[in-house]
Design a protein around this ligand. Sequence first.
Ligand code: PRP
Length: 210
Amino acid sequence: MVPQLHVVDHALLAHRLASLRDAATPSARFRRLLAEIGALLTMEATRGLPTVTARVTTPLTEMDHRMLAAPEPVLVAVLRAGLGLMEGGMQVLPEAPVGHVGLVRDEHTLKPSQYMLRMPPEVKTRGAILFDPMLATGGSAIAAVQRVKEAGAPHLRFVCVVAAPEGVAKLAAAHPDVPIFTAALDEKLDHRGFIVPGLGDAGDRCFGTE
Ligand code: PRP
């Protein structure tokens, strides 16, 4: 058991994930589904954001109302596939600043290497939500979380779509303070480090590359 793992159970999420996994789903539809899934997962990942009570004047009367206690957290996409997932996060948190971490996994060693990093200064005060559809060996997620922590994020959450047990265990061990939100906990990794049953290579399916 990994206490920081949240497998989000929702009929609409399951329905979209079924289509996302389908090998026959073309890129344009894959991107749209990924964004919709990103929005649904962001709702869950932000459920516990701190709120305060403020006075609101409706056209009829005044009332006490719950609202966010702090500005929206920074959204960080792990390139490339995280871009598609974060799209949905931006719809749910339209005022959030956006950061990018460019990581690519070597297909032989499975080790991630970084090719870009851009982080808005608000990350130091607002914390961050990281987006990457795939948590496979966990190497990319661990490196991305590390970069965002080094940029000064006081707290962060990790959002993915499919996770392998190996990746969850590694990320949780390396960053036990980071809650993980996923739409599915899959069975295993194969010998190439692909999640099984998974959905293939999310970056390639998003952008039509091979
Ligand atoms: C994929 C995926 C994750 C990473 C997961 O990206 O989007 O970032 O691999 O693997 P890991 O948990 O074993 O590190 P990839 O490196 O293929 O880059 P891309 O998104 O540009 O296709």
